[in-house]
Design a protein around this ligand. Structure first.
Ligand SMILES: Nc1ncnc2c1ncn2[C@@H]1O[C@H](COP(=O)(O)OP(=O)(O)OP(=O)(O)O)[C@@H](O)[C@H]1O
Ligand SMILES: [Mg+2]
Length: 319
């Protein structure tokens, strides 16, 4: 598909070049030949010799123009093919990424769907399924439906926030308040897992941002810290300088160095985490990265396998 587009783009450029070169050469030939012809002094003894020289000059001009035009067109064709390739490269990369994304999304949705199908088929094949079995089936179905719902919601959020045309409302908001609110929603699950959650609420930190997206950002990061920590502490720190820095630090399973550069790609899961959390699909960090980018900030992940992870976010303060 992209090879054909490259050839088409080259052909259009060459067609334009052929038109321009032909018009220019025709005009040049016409005016030069006319002035050579005008220079021949007719009705003089030297007229015949002059006419022969003029004819030869016009012939030479014609040959020179043909050679130079062909050379220019060949050169332009090569350049046009090269630049068409260069122009199409990022489009092809974006297209490939989109195709990969759709394939991953379909695959992730197919898994819970096939679980739902198999469980229901098995239940229907039993002649006398008890009420208790029916309840278990409904519960398992609901879990799969919840998994699909949250994945579809995450995909929608990712699609909307990475779409440059989608307008996101920004206002001056207090980041401390947002972090406190998000932490509040995780206190119960942290207690249940036997982890400690450390956060010291500080003064107001005003940033220009979208409250809903920032809540989603910290929610994704804190949820990861909790999910991938079996024992120990999840700490959230804020530092205010020329910018605001928020660090989410855990004493969990950590991430291998080789995985770190890939974590913000959609659907990427590090090997170390597969046993720790079966439910994740690998979208949380790509959404986090997208939200930070929208807020003109930076997201950095430092981690050591078996020791823990630190995710640092830097955001500009509201002036
Ligand atoms: N705090 C952490 N400690 C260890 N590994 C982590 C941590 N945060 C992220 N990871 C690794 O990065 C991967 C990607 O994280 P991400 O949040 O994008 O997806 P997920 O948690 O697998 O699924 P979900 O879409 O539900 O968030 C995880 O699968 C895990 O391997
Ligand atoms: Mg996650």
């Amino acid at each position: 598909m992209f090879t054909r587009a490259r050839i088409k783009l080259t052909a259009y450029s060459v067609a334009v070049a052929v038109c321009l070169v032909s018009i220019f050469s025709f005009a040049l030939f016409h005016f030069t030949a006319k002035s050579i012809q005008d220079a021949v002094e007719e009705d003089t003894p030297a007229a015949q010799v002059q006419q022969r020289i003029a004819d030869k000059g016009i012939d030479n001009l014609q040959n020179a123009l043909i050679v130079s035009d062909v050379s220019i067109i060949v050169l332009i064709s090569a350049l046009a093919y090269f630049f068409a390739g260069k122009t199409l490269k990022p489009i092809q990369a974006a297209h490939d990424a989109q195709a990969q994304f759709s394939a991953n999304a379909s695959h992730e949705l197919r898994t819970p769907l096939s679980v739902l199908k198999t469980e229901n088929e098995v239940f229907l094949k039993q002649h006398h399924g008890s009420y208790e079995e029916g309840r278990k089936l409904a519960q398992s179905n609901l879990e799969e439906i919840d998994r699909m719902t949250s994945m579809v919601e995450e995909l929608l959020l990712l699609a909307r926030s990475s779409n440059a045309h989608t307008k996101v409302q920004f206002s001056r908001i207090d980041l401390s308040q947002i972090i406190e609110k998000v932490i509040g929603t995780y206190r119960a699950s942290v207690r249940e897992k036997g982890l400690a959650l450390v956060y010291e609420p500080g003064a107001q930190i005003l940033v220009k941002g979208n409250g809903r997206l920032l809540e989603q950002l910290f929610s994704n990061l804190i949820q990861n810290a909790i999910n991938y920590t079996k024992k120990g502490t999840v700490t959230v720190e804020t530092h205010r300088g020329t910018k605001v820095q928020v660090k989410i630090i855990d004493t969990g399973i950590g991430i291998a160095e080789a995985d770190i550069p890939h974590l913000t790609k959609a659907f990427y899961k590090a090997d170390s985490s597969r046993a720790a959390s079966k439910s994740g699909v690998g979208l949380g960090l790509s959404i986090a990265q997208e939200i930070v980018r929208r807020h003109k900030g930076v997201l950095i992940i430092d981690s050591e396998l078996g020791k823990g992870t630190r995710v640092s976010i830097e955001l500009p303060l509201s002036g």
